[in-house]
Design a protein around this ligand. Structure first.
Ligand SMILES: Cc1ncc(COP(=O)(O)O)c(C=O)c1O
Length: 424
């Protein structure tokens, strides 16, 4: 009897291509061997990864379920329909498009649906917590559209809502965009909705970072307020590396046309199947508990780092990430990243609001709790991790041979052995 083949066959890969098989093994060792605190990363489940590594990668399916430009789509139609229905139900949305290949592709489609080249968008500035695709000059978004940026208030370090209102009334943008990649606090969606209505703009939320917390009902949802919500599926949400869009029914056609055929070709059906699996996972009570624990852990980490003089901007966090100002301890973001890495702690340097340092140096770090929470760690472990970060970045010199790095790494090893990633 032959064994059924659904997808992954690691033995075959190892035999044919030991180089790439080796990378798969050493990357898993890397993930298991250290603490992963990158706020935009997570560890998707074996079920999600199985769907990703399946024969669905082979199928061309340009179009949408029941309306394809290729034959043979009966089975992938089932996968995409499940993904759409589960996504709509998870977020209580009128319409879902699950085809975007990534967060940037999803965002490109939103521009495509609503804007013509040269028109104006009001969005958060990248150095204040926004994202490259929100109108920076190095991205298509800033090259093809006129981006006006708001920032954060100097005192609170949270979104400067007065500035948002002033700029919206002055520039009358076609779209007002909320969301970004380094915003620790909840966003006042009701404020943005009212403002958009007042000036006749589309209200778009890029929820890439926090949509997983919305899925777990741990924070308020932007879906009732926004015309359109784009997101990635691989951050707190814990799905495959990809994107998706939900929107009001009145925008459904424009969004679908903008994703395909305007911005993308054939959808990645293996990834769409993995999104369906992920949306099913997110509807479970276990995932809701996870989302709440992510916030509790992020808050503990922010508080404990603050007690070490590593100041959380805005005074803390309501979400899965915190942003920390290192100026008080006299370490740059770049040095902190390197020193933590040498001790087995993976985090990233990050600009803080009104940062005096260049972006490639930065005065801050961004830390997130999605991965360590997936591994089952709780608030006690967050206190320990804050101590380890502090030791690594104030005593280390950026080399793994330094005594401080060795001391911290030994404790990191003990922690990840107690809370293994992808336990065998
Ligand atoms: C707010 C936001 N939007 C969009 C993206 C882009 O997602 P991707 O890297 O999947 O293109 C990111 C990625 O970090 C993000 O943080």
């Amino acid at each position: 009897m032959t064994t059924p083949f659904y997808g992954s066959d690691f033995d075959a890969l190892q035999q044919f291509d030991p180089d790439i098989a080796g990378v798969l093994i050493s990357e898993l060792d890397r993930i298991r061997g250290g603490l992963q605190l990158i706020a935009s990363e997570n560890m998707s489940s074996p079920a999600v990864i199985t769907a990703l590594g399946s024969t669905l990668t082979n199928k061309y399916a340009e179009g949408y379920p029941g309306r394809r430009y290729y034959g043979g789509c009966s089975e992938v139609d089932k996968a995409e329909t499940l993904a759409i229905e589960r996504c709509k139900s998870l977020f209580d949305a009128d319409h879902a498009n699950v085809q975007p290949h990534s967060g940037a592709s999803a965002n490109q489609a939103v521009y495509g649906a609503f804007m013509k080249p040269g028109e104006t968008i009001l969005s958060m500035a990248l150095p204040m917590g926004g994202h490259l695709t929100h109108g920076t000059k190095v991205s298509f978004s800033g090259k093809w559209f006129n981006a006006v940026n708001y920032g954060v208030d100097k005192e609170t370090e949270d979104i400067d809502y007065a500035e948002v209102e002033r700029l919206a009334k002055e520039h009358k943008p076609k779209i007002i965009l909320a969301g970004g990649s380094a915003i620790p606090r909840l966003i006042d969606f009701e404020f943005f909705r009212k403002l958009a209505d007042e000036i006749g703009a589309i209200f778009w939320v890029d929820a890439a970072h926090f949509i997983g917390l919305v899925a777990g009902k741990a924070i308020p949802s932007p879906v009732p307020y926004a015309d359109v919500v784009s997101f990635t599926t691989h951050k707190v949400l814990r799905g495959p590396r990809a994107g998706a869009i939900v929107c009001k029914e009145e925008h459904a056609k424009a969004i679908d046309k903008a994703v395909f055929p305007m911005m993308q070709g054939g959808p990645q059906m293996h990834s769409i199947a993995a999104k369906a699996v992920n949306f099913k996972e997110c509807a479970t009570p276990e995932y809701a508990d996870y989302a709440k624990q992510v916030i509790a852990n992020a808050q503990q980490l922010a508080t404990s780092l603050g007690e070490h003089g590593i100041r959380p901007t805005t005074g803390g966090t309501d979400t899965h990430l915190s942003l920390h100002d290192l100026q008080g301890i006299g370490v740059t973001g770049a040095d902190a990243e390197k020193r933590a890495d040498a001790a087995g702690i993976v985090l990233n340097k990050n600009a803080i609001p009104f940062d005096p340092a260049k972006p490639n140096i930065a005065s801050g770090i961004r830390v997130g709790a999605p991965c360590v929470t997936t591994q089952g760690m709780g608030t006690d472990e967050m206190k320990q991790i804050a101590d380890l970060i502090h030791t690594a970045i104030t005593e280390g010199d950026g080399t793994p041979e330094h005594a401080a790095a060795k001391k911290v790494r030994a404790q990191v090893t003990e922690l990840v052995e107690r809370f293994p990633a992808y336990p065998r």
